[in-house]
Design a protein around this ligand. Structure first.
Ligand code: HEM
Length: 423
């Protein structure tokens, strides 16, 4: 039977191992730059039509043209959702300029390498803490014990969320991105899922609002204080803009890196030669190896754009309102750009992947931090637990519809126990 793009709409497609999915995307990519798909949205219960974009050139071109292909009608879901709900969960990732530029600009002041210096230093400390927590055990679920807590601890520290609230934040983010997985939400009933999603969003918003209230009176050197304080006459986030930003950060900066670590470890298990190369020269190899993990794993599965007018691109005529869904993983294996694209090559150079998004206003704000997190974690795992090995199949997170982040929820690993170093 001929493979058609409609396969992307099938939840079973997304439960396959990464390599199988990518093999099917390789077939679809050659069928044309824009492939029509209809997907039944599990929450709105409506059929949604979109064009799947699987080639690199078109993903880049669409990302570069926000006036023609906007994010403001929805970017994190295929379905159109009520604007209020969408912005509550998405903040400025679902906005266009000038609102996007204003809010991103405020936050970006705190995301420059200089401003992030303290956070970047904390990455090493938090990583040591997480690896110390498992190193004597000899066997863990890498996702639960390492990939999951690590990036979220960093975000919580960065925002000034106390450690006592860590589990609340973790559970809420698990509900938001694992909404299709009964293990995360405790139900597969769409109405109950909707309730759980709203509850999780409210929990994060309340936590952030209380913290912001405190920081307005007692500023510290955390990001929350920087976002609510106007010391130099600069614009700050309004109270109702802060909680959505925190939800965006907790989701965009957490599950993505978590997925990068989990897939990265699995890719190393599948490619022992590449792993040996990395372990033979950790310092020299890490920057390129990390880029290759982001390319090969492409933790963010897709982002959506909507045509703002009738226009033509690559020989296709779009109508105003047509939806395009950018599949980053497929673009990152486009043989028109990447030599031997299905090979995991930790020395790949050049590696112009779009794993952090295409060039344009929404390019990942946390790319610098994410690169540091992945570098530090793999350096510690490969040096402190040098024989760490995957001892079971990765269990994919079940998404609601097409997953935004192609997560792994369990990955058993084993290693020779060793002593902690941080105490
Ligand atoms: C491996 C890890 C990561 C990957 C693969 C990733 C990927 C992406 C992608 C593909 C986008 C583009 C959205 C679009 O074009 O519509 C994005 C945006 C964003 N990312 Fe990341 N990300 C990662 C880590 C992080 C981290 C650690 C943070 C912050 C702590 C972060 C914060 C953001 C924010 C705030 C945006 C929205 C930017 C905007 O709309 O202007 N990300 N990310």
């Amino acid at each position: 039977m001929t493979l058609t793009a409609q396969t992307i709409a099938d939840p079973e497609f997304w439960r396959q191992p990464l390599a199988n999915r990518m093999a099917e995307f390789a077939v679809l990519r050659e069928q044309g730059p824009f492939l029509r798909v209809t997907v039944a949205d599990p929450l709105t219960m409506t059929d949604e039509d979109f064009f799947a974009v699987t080639r690199y050139a078109e993903v880049v071109e669409i990302s570069k043209r926000p006036a023609d292909f906007c994010s403001g009608r929805g970017s994190t879901a295929v379905a159109d959702l009520p604007t209020e709900a969408m912005e509550f969960f998405g903040s400025f990732i679902v906005m266009d300029d000038p609102r996007h530029a204003r809010q991103r600009g405020i936050v970006a002041r705190s995301f420059t390498p200089r401003q992030l210096a303290g956070v970047l230093d904390s990455v090493e400390r938090v990583c040591t803490e997480v690896v110390d927590g498992i190193c004597e055990t000899g066997q863990v679920d890498l996702v639960e014990a390492v990939s999951q807590p690590f990036p979220l601890l960093i975000i919580c520290d960065m925002m000034g969320i106390p450690r006592s609230e860590f589990t609340t934040v973790l559970n809420a983010t698990n509900v938001i991105l694992g909404a299709g997985d009964p293990e995360m939400v405790g139900t597969d009933n769409p109405e109950e899922i909707l309730g759980a999603l709203i509850g999780a969003g409210m929990e994060l918003a309340n936590l952030m609002n209380d913290l912001a209230e405190d920081r307005r009176k007692n500023p510290t050197d955390d990001l929350t204080s920087a976002l609510v304080h106007n010391t130099l006459g600069e614009d700050v986030l309004a109270p109702d803009e802060l909680a959505p930003f925190f939800i965006l950060l907790a989701v965009a900066g957490n599950d993505t890196t978590r997925t990068g670590i989990s897939h990265g470890m699995n890719l190393l298990a599948q490619n022992p030669g590449e792993r040996a190369k990395w372990q033979a020269d950790i310092e020299g190899t890490t920057p390129k190896a990390v880029e290759e993990i982001v390319r090969a794993a492409s933790p963010v599965t897709f982002m959506r754009r909507t045509a703002t007018r009738a226009l033509s691109l690559s020989g296709h005529d779009f109508d105003e309102g047509d939806k395009v869904v950018l599949f980053y993983g497929a673009a990152n294996r486009d043989p028109r750009v990447f030599d031997d694209p299905e090979t995991f090559n930790i020395s790949r150079d050049p590696n112009p992947h779009v794993g952090f998004g295409g060039p344009g206003p929404h390019f990942c704000l946390g790319a610098h931090l994410a690169r540091r997190e992945l570098s530090v974690m793999f350096r510690q795992l490969l040096t402190r637990l040098p024989d760490i090995e995957v001892v079971g199949d990765p269990v994919p997170l079940q998404a609601l519809g097409i997953p935004l982040v192609g997560g792994i929820k369990h990955l058993p690993v084993r290693f020779t126990p060793t002593a902690p170093v941080g105490r």
